[in-house]
Design a protein around this ligand. Structure first.
Ligand code: TYM
Length: 327
C-alpha cells in the first residue's frame, strides 16, 4: 500500500480551500492507501498564538478531520508535538538545508513581506519542519493544495541530498495536487488563494460559517465584467465561484453553466450560497458532536501518537546512525 501523508495547521478557521485542497483528497485516499494525517501544532507557533486558543484549535482541527471522514481505525491520526522526533529530525535537516533554498520559498516571502526582520526564525525554517514531517514516515505521496508544492519539493531535495551524503535513508516523496480544487481563490480577490490570514473574513468561507454569513460573503464576492455565468480565461472570479459550486455539488462546471443560461449573477449567487449551506450543515453538526466529547478526541490523538512515535523512532534511529551520533 502506498504511503500517503498530509497535515494541516490548527487555526480556528478551516476554509473551503483547506477542505478541497487537502482534506477531501486525503479522505478519498484513505480507503486504499496507508494514510498518515496530523495536526501540525508546532507549525502554528511560527506566528504568535494564545495558549488557550491553540489548545482549542488543536481539538477543533481533530474534530473537523473526523467529521470530514478521517477514520482513525484506518488512518494514523495524531498531534505533531506529541511525537518529538519531528522536531529532532527538523534540526538535523536544518543542517542539510541551505539558506539560499529557504530564501526562495515564496510563502515565506509573501508572509514576511517587508517585515522579515521582525518575524520569527521559525517562520523562515518552517518548510524544514514540514520536510521532517514527511520524511519520518517513508512517505511516497503528499496530497496538498498548490500553495504547498514548493515545500514538498524542498522535502524531496533534502531527502535526495541526505541520501547522497549519508547513504540511502529516506524515501523521496512526490506532491499530489488535484486538478480542480487545489487552488480555491479568495472571494474578495480571485487572483489570490483563499486564505485564513486574509485581511477580511469576506475572503473565505469557513467550515463553521452559518447560512447568514455564507449568503453575505457570496453576495459580496467579486465578479467579472459582463453578466454571463461562465468560467474561462479572463474570468477568474466566475471560474472560482463555478469551481466552488461544482465541488460542493459534484456536478460539472459545464452543466452548471447550462443551468444559468439567460440568468444573471444575482440568481447564481443566491443558489451558490444555498448549495454551500446545504453541504456544510451536516458537516457542522458532526464537528459539534465530536467537540462535545473532548476526552474522546484526546484519546484518539494519544493512541495515534503512540503508534506514530514507534514508526518515527525507527526512522530516527537510522538517521542517528548515519550521521554518526549513535554510539
Ligand atoms: P495549511 O494549514 O496552510 O493548509 C492546509 C492544506 O490546505 C491547503 N490549502 C488550499 N488548497 C486549495 N485552495 C486554497 N485556497 C488553500 N489554502 C490552503 C494547503 O495547500 C494544505 O494542503 N505547511 C502546511 C501544513 C503541513 C503539511 C506537512 C502538509 C505541515 N507539515 C506535511 C503536508 C505534509 C500548511 O501550513 O498548510
Amino acid at each position: 500500500m502506498a504511503k500517503v501523508l498530509t497535515a494541516l495547521q490548527p487555526s480556528g478557521v478551516l476554509h473551503l480551500g483547506n477542505y478541497f485542497g487537502a482534506i477531501e483528497p486525503a479522505v478519498t485516499l484513505q480507503a486504499q492507501h496507508d494514510l498518515t494525517m496530523f495536526v501540525v501544532d508546532y507549525h502554528a507557533i511560527t506566528v504568535p498564538q494564545k495558549p488557550d486558543e491553540l489548545r482549542r484549535n488543536i481539538l477543533f482541527a481533530t474534530a473537523a478531520y473526523l467529521a470530514c471522514g478521517i477514520d482513525p481505525k484506518k488512518t494514523l491520526l495524531f498531534q505533531q508535538s506529541a511525537v518529538p522526533q519531528h522536531a529532532e529530525l527538523a534540526w538535523i535537516l536544518q543542517c542539510v538545508a541551505r539558506m539560499g533554498e529557504l530564501e526562495r520559498m515564496t510563502q515565506f516571502k509573501d508572509k514576511a513581506g517587508a517585515k522579515a526582520e521582525k518575524v520569527s526564525v521559525g517562520l523562515f525554517t518552517y518548510p524544514v519542519l514540514m520536510a521532517a514531517d514527511i520524511l519520518l514516515y517513508d512517505t511516497q505521496t503528499v496530497p496538498v493544495g498548490a500553495d504547498q508544492k514548493q515545500h514538498v519539493e524542498l522535502a524531496r531535495d533534502l531527502a535526495i541530498r541526505f541520501n547522497r551524503d549519508y547513504g540511502e535513508t529516506f524515501v523521496v516523496p512526490e506532491p499530489s495536487i488535484r486538478a480542480e480544487g487545489a487552488r480555491v481563490m479568495g472571494l474578495d480577490d480571485p487572483t489570490k488563494k483563499m486564505s485564513k490570514s486574509a485581511a477580511s473574513a469576506k475572503n473565505y468561507i469557513s467550515l463553521l460559517d452559518d447560512e447568514g454569513a455564507i449568503l453575505k460573503k457570496v453576495k459580496a464576492a467579486v465578479t467579472d465584467s459582463g453578466a454571463a455565468v461562465r468560467a474561462g480565461e479572463g474570468r477568474p472570479a466566475m471560474t472560482n465561484l463555478l469551481t466552488i459550486y461544482s465541488l460542493v455539488t459534484r456536478r460539472s462546471i459545464k452543466e452548471i453553466e447550462n443551468d444559468y443560461l439567460g440568468k444573471g449573477y444575482g440568481d447564481f449567487k443566491a443558489d451558490l450560497a444555498e448549495v454551500i449551506t446545504l453541504w456544510l450543515k451536516p458537516l457542522q453538526a458532526k464537528i459539534e458532536t465530536y467537540l462535545e466529547h473532548e476526552e474522546e478526541l484526546v484519546k484518539i490523538l494519544d493512541a495515534g501518537a503512540q503508534k506514530a512515535r514507534e514508526r518515527a523512532e525507527r526512522r530516527m534511529k537510522a538517521v542517528r546512525e548515519r550521521i554518526g551520533v549513535a554510539l
